[in-house]
Ligand binder design. Structure first.
Ligand SMILES: C[S@@+](CC[C@H](N)C(=O)[O-])C[C@H]1O[C@@H](n2cnc3c(N)ncnc32)[C@H](O)[C@@H]1O
Length: 210
């Protein structure tokens, strides 16, 4: 039985080294940047930032404060390094063994921060909303029973926009137990979809925080 938390902490140990960059990733990244073109935002919360693939792109685009969160210590460490946040080898050993830590770096283009935490634990304490909340290939791994509440939490953490990207076109045959097809407009509220390659969609909706 798929348990998201244990699955992603275990998979996070080898996710980056096993990641194979395909054409679909390039088209997804282009579609994400295109969907954000002309949008005004000064702060980003990226939920499920993984090893920093999308975060590194987003911080190049405009001066922003960026916070990436991920419950996998290995993914969060990799994301921090990719975003240019340094830490000592001793810190790395202790980060790898735990969650709840955060590393931050101030730059002239804004703050870069990574926190090792799940979305659920992050919002268990009040958190300031961001202008833009991003979650790429994260909702598709949430089971149908919890995806609605997860998406609602993304919207509540955003003052302006929520951008999600997922594989959303049905395929023949069985899909892996950790992948789900959701009806994104029904869980994200009024939303605009743009295609990112033949089977993926990028969705931009409105945040609920005021
Ligand atoms: C398929 S990976 C995508 C990583 C990254 N967004 C990318 O596209 O390269 C899914 C990520 O979501 C994270 N994740 C899973 N459950 C989460 C939760 N409850 N809160 C925050 N992140 C979660 C996983 O640890 C994993 O890094």
């Amino acid at each position: 039985m798929y348990d998201p938390e244990t699955y992603w902490i275990e998979r996070g140990k080898t996710y980056e080294e096993r990641f194979v960059r395909r054409a679909a990733h390039a088209s997804q990244e282009e579609a994400i940047l295109a969907a954000l073109e002309g949008k005004g935002y000064r702060s980003i919360l990226e939920v499920g930032c993984g090893f920093g693939r999308i975060g590194a792109l987003l911080i190049k685009k405009v001066p922003v404060d960026y916070l990436g969160i991920d419950p996998s210590p290995d993914q969060a460490i990799a994301a921090a390094k990719r975003l240019g946040i340094d830490f000592t080898p001793e810190e790395e050993v202790s980060f790898r063994a735990s969650t709840g830590w955060e590393v931050t770096r101030e730059t002239r283009a804004g703050t870069r921060a990574i926190r090792c935490v799940s979305l659920e634990d992050f919002v268990a304490e009040p958190q300031a909303a961001a202008d833009l909340v991003v979650a790429v290939e994260v909702l598709m791994h949430q089971p149908p029973e919890t995806v609605g509440a997860f998406a609602e939490t993304l919207r509540r953490q955003s003052r302006r926009y929520v951008l999600t990207a997922d594989w959303d076109v049905p395929v023949a045959g069985r899909i892996a137990p950790w992948n789900f097809l959701h009806d994104y407009p029904s869980i994200l509220g009024p939303v605009k979809r743009t295609a990112a390659g033949p089977r993926q969609g990028v969705y931009v909706g409105r945040g609920l925080a005021r």
